[in-house]
Design a protein around this ligand. Structure first.
Ligand code: BG6
Ligand code: MG
Length: 219
């Protein structure tokens, strides 16, 4: 295990603004089942796997489904989500993200993706970032959902970087908790009030100075 640094990016809500599409698709599912979900409730779904999200939502609505119905709802949610993201291109990479990835690559800092999504590879291909990552760990590769640190520990392992030398960018409470449990430096992207467990919080990547990244990955 080297002493060098590594950087791990969450995908949804960090690299691309797909968090809003997950919300729209979950909201449609809830509405079809006869209830509504709010944006505040949605914070609890961010970073959480598809199965776990549906369990939480059904709990909110007080709805019980058979196993077959559960599978059917998951498939419908994903079909809707895929239709929302079908037209994504390079232009959907959130402002400031490419500059930071370019800086890390120019400085030989390895980068990984650590996402709960089973659609992560597909989205990275769409936005032209698939080849930029030295390691990709997504919802197909892990069995324990964030806040369990498995996804980030596995990413660090694949980068061959010690967990305490990794920096994680995350937009979800569950993801920040996972990064903290992995003993990594956690950087929240979003609202300070929501992500208050993070080591640092920025509204978005345009707020992050390259000097700040430089200090994190060189110290
Ligand atoms: C996370 C999102 O990245 O992936 C969650 O924050 C989503 O909202 C989860 O439910 C699983 O995604 P997918 O694409 O496998 O349904
Ligand atoms: Mg996210």
């Amino acid at each position: 295990m080297s002493n060098s640094k590594g950087v791990i990016f969450d995908l949804d809500g960090v690299i691309v603004d797909t968090a809003k599409f997950h919300f729209l698709a979950w909201r449609k599912l809830a509405n079809d089942l006869g209830f509504d979900i709010t944006e505040t409730q949605n914070e609890e779904l961010k970073g959480v796997s598809r199965v776990k999200s549906l369990e939480i939502i059904l709990g909110w609505g007080g709805v019980t489904l058979t196993e077959d119905e559960f599978m059917e709802q998951m498939a419908m949610k994903n079909d809707n989500y895929l239709s929302y993201i079908s037209g994504m291109t390079k232009s959907d990479i959130l402002p400031g993200v490419s500059e930071i990835i370019d800086f890390l690559k120019e400085n030989d800092i390895p980068i990984a993706l650590g996402s709960a999504s089973k659609n992560a590879r597909n989205i990275l291909e769409k936005v032209g970032l698939y080849q930029s990552f030295d390691a990709i760990v997504d919802g197909n590769d892990v069995s324990k959902a964030k806040p369990n640190p498995e996804v980030f520990l596995s990413a660090a392992d694949q980068l061959n970087v010690a967990p305490e030398n990794c920096v994680v960018f995350e937009d979800s409470v569950a993801g920040i908790q996972a990064a903290n449990l992995a003993k990594m430096t956690s950087i929240g992207i979003g609202e300070e009030a929501v992500l208050n467990e993070a080591d640092h919080v920025f509204t978005d990547f345009t707020e992050i100075e390259i000097d700040f990244i430089k200090k994190l990955v060189t110290k």
